[in-house]
Design a binder for this molecule. Structure first.
Ligand code: SF4
Ligand code: SF4
Length: 384
């Protein structure tokens, strides 16, 4: 298992994490099975968005029975509560407080690693989080050591960007996959999988989503990924909004190559499903390569846009073209060169200044990226 730094938290997180969607299978017996499998494979991070008391009880028992609490970093959600026997999202502070107390009790723990403010897709909702003092409450929990870091979950890049720029959150849970990345921001999450929106020809990643990923990287806000497979639709040629299927490895590789992304939450419904995601760790580059699959989508074009896919390798002077381009894009989005980006660029083994302009990369790039020009630009921006 590979581990990545979760933004500026200092937490080292497995790049494959576990979602809780399937843990309720078999009357919650699946919870212990999935957690044991996770632990055996070096997965140390999982998300609990559901307030279902049966699920939380099963997780608490599995963690305490097998002495697993210290082996996992928990990302669990504030504002997701259980009321009248069903899930409810609330911005009522007293409900949020009692929901959090119940969460700790059922999970049999006295702290949560990342306290995620749940599901904020509207700018007015972000205002409500501030006005109703929910963010203040999260900060209070942090000062008491009951949560270690504050997060927010969202599907809307405008809201997420506002939260990240406010510097109020340290972790973002966001929906990342190559189809949703084409869609303009919307307060209605259903629009992400509304097939009507994919009927016209689509060109390139939505700039606000791009800006969100780049801002998170610059501000050191780690992203944990939900809906990496679009709820499974992207794996099925009939259901995929792109009109063609991707594989599990391709979806994971795509999400993990976006700037700031740390870990994907695999919402598995069985051990076999989870194992298929864990197999990513031993998959070779050809199995992870999503470039040709994306380039072949019938109605979607990423022309001229670097997808950080590495399909242009090898470079004769061993420049890491995807990373160099990523840092160039991060730098060009700012008036001044951010120090973090300059440092990341500096530690690359080879730099754009070594480019001999052979053009071999451009012949291999399925997206028509002008790599030679990008290398020249990188030299201008970074100086070498
Ligand atoms: S230049 Fe092309 S092939 Fe290389 S990483 Fe970017 S998109 Fe992929
Ligand atoms: S053009 Fe530059 S970056 Fe591309 S393969 Fe040749 S040396 Fe490497």
């Amino acid at each position: 298992m590979k581990y990545r730094e979760l933004g500026s938290t200092g937490l080292k997180v497995s790049e494959i994490g576990l979602g809780c969607e399937g843990m309720m299978e078999e009357n919650c017996a699946m919870t212990a099975k999935l957690l044991n499998l996770a632990e055996a494979n070096g997965v140390n991070y999982f998300d609990i968005y559901s307030p279902n008391p049966d699920l939380r009880t099963a997780i608490g028992e599995a963690l305490s029975k097998n002495n697993l609490r210290g082996k996992f970093l928990l990302q669990s959600h504030l504002c997701s509560v259980w009321k009248n026997d069903e899930y409810m999202r609330t911005r009522n502070l007293s409900e949020v407080k009692s929901g959090f107390d119940e969460m700790l009790k059922l999970l049999k723990t006295d702290y949560i690693d990342v306290g995620m403010i749940h599901y904020c897709d509207a700018l007015s909702d972000w205002d409500e989080i501030l006005n109703n003092k929910i963010l203040d409450y999260a900060k209070e929990l942090k000062s008491q050591g009951k949560i270690r870091f504050i997060g927010l979950s969202s599907h809307n890049p405008q809201v997420a960007l506002k939260a990240v720029k406010s510097k109020a959150i340290e972790v973002l849970m966001f929906s990342v996959n190559p189809c949703y990345d084409l869609m303009p921001p919307d307060e209605d999450v259903e629009q992400l999988w509304n097939e009507e929106n994919y009927k016209e020809n689509l060109l390139n990643m939505n700039p606000e989503r791009q800006e969100l990923y780049e801002t998170c990287q610059r501000e050191s806000v780690g992203i944990t990924v939900m809906k990496c497979f679009g709820g499974g639709d992207l794996l099925d040629a009939e259901l995929s909004p792109a009109g063609a299927a991707l594989t599990i490895n391709q979806c994971i590789a795509y999400a993990l190559s976006r700037p700031a992304v740390t870990s994907i939450m695999a919402g598995s419904h069985s051990e076999a499903e989870f194992k298929a995601c864990l197999d990513y760790e031993s998959a070779d580059e050809s199995e992870r390569d999503y470039a040709l699959a994306l380039a072949s989508f019938p109605k979607i074009s990423w022309k001229g846009h670097c997808m950080y896919c590495n399909h242009c390798e090898p470079c004769p002077v061993r420049i890491d073209i995807a990373s160099t381009t990523k840092f160039l894009n991060l730098a060009q989005a700012q008036k001044e060169l951010p120090e973090t980006v300059r440092e990341h660029y500096k530690v690359l083994e080879h730099h754009a200044g070594e480019c001999v302009q052979c053009g071999a990369c451009e012949k291999r790039c399925p997206f028509g990226v002008e790599v030679r020009e990008n290398m020249k630009q990188a030299v201008k921006v970074f100086g070498y």
